[in-house]
Design a protein around this ligand. Structure first.
Ligand code: NAP
Length: 275
């Protein structure tokens, strides 16, 4: 488990966590709070973030700032950066994201573009802006949420997998460049994890990793690796399929993703469901 000395000493007193209201981002926030890191919590659902902030402030004696932002909106990612300019931020966990599922042509283009904006565009802006800040201060860490689906194209989640391929390649390249400037970059590539992800994507996954396992192993590997496959399940799926010829891997994963999809229509976007 990462401890206060490791994280605060190495990266500084504040971390920004996007997607902090649920699942993997929430687990990162909880574990960083336990390690004594002050937090900026970013997501759309303010009530959840406010409750988390109140609890963490009391139980871990840390400072917490809540920033509600819809990262699909063009200026939202820049606003998050600007509204943390007064804080000594050294760590970015970019966990905000969602998936579409089922056949590509049955989802609306609007849903796919929305996903591209959150999973890729906002993450690109944040990597660039925080990357510059961290490189200038000569210390920092970035955890970017990839997926085991990032390693080949997959039918029944074709565009989601493509967004994760983008994140993964960006993270690997940045790890190479920014490592020389004192900034650790890590691509976190989990397998199925029990979060709000499946519901938001209109999928049924059955079982999977816990978000706590994903966050714990990822924080342990930050600064030591460029990619982490957190938990036994991610390693089994990824290593088990690595020796298969790529076309067979594509077919296999496409079938698995087809089995997960509950529908062949676009799920209700969470923002709309929230009203
Ligand atoms: N669960 C899995 O099996 C799995 C596997 C591999 C990778 N991942 C990746 O892990 C990351 C976290 O997903 P999760 O599994 O933790 O799912 P989750 O429980 O649904 O959490 C997704 C988070 O992203 C936020 N978010 C979604 N759309 C947003 C928007 N437009 N603006 C701002 N925040 C937004 C949500 O907050 P609000 O709804 O409050 O905005 C929520 O906090 C994603 O990048 C996902 O692709 C998940």
């Amino acid at each position: 488990m990462a401890n206060k000395t490791d994280l605060v000493t190495k990266y500084g007193p504040w971390a920004v966590v996007t997607g902090a209201s649920s699942g993997i981002g929430k687990a990162f926030a909880e574990q960083l709070a336990e390690a004594g890191v002050n937090l900026v919590l970013v997501a759309r659902r303010q009530a959840i973030l406010d409750q988390m902030a109140q609890r963490m402030t009391q139980s871990h004696q840390i400072k917490v700032r809540v920033l509600t932002a819809d990262l699909a909106q063009p200026l939202a990612a820049e606003r998050v950066f600007n509204e943390t300019a007064d804080l000594d931020v050294g760590l970015l966990v970019a966990s905000a994201g969602f998936g579409t599922s089922g056949e590509f042509l049955t989802n609306t283009l609007e849903a796919e573009l929305n996903m591209l904006d959150v999973n890729c565009r906002a993450l690109l802006i944040q990597s660039h802006q925080f990357g510059q800040r961290f490189a200038k201060q000569g210390r920092g860490g970035m955890i970017l949420l990839s997926s085991i689906l990032a390693f080949q194209g997959n039918g029944n989640s074709a565009h989601y997998s493509a967004t994760k391929g983008y994140v993964h390649q960006l993270a690997e390249g940045l790890a190479q460049e920014l490592g020389q400037k004192g900034v650790d970059v890590l691509a976190c590539a989990p397998g199925p994890t029990m979060t709000g992800f499946a519901d938001a994507a209109g999928m049924e996954m059955g079982s999977g990793l816990t978000p706590a396992v994903v966050a714990r192993e990822t924080l342990q590997k930050l600064g030591r690796r460029r990619t982490v496959l957190p938990g036994v399940l991610s390693k089994l799926i990824s290593w088990g399929s690595r020796t298969l010829p790529r076309p067979i891997r594509v077919r296999l994963f496409s079938q698995i993703m087809g089995g997960f999809a509950k529908h062949d229509a676009t799920p209700e976007p969470r923002a709309q469901a929230l009203g």
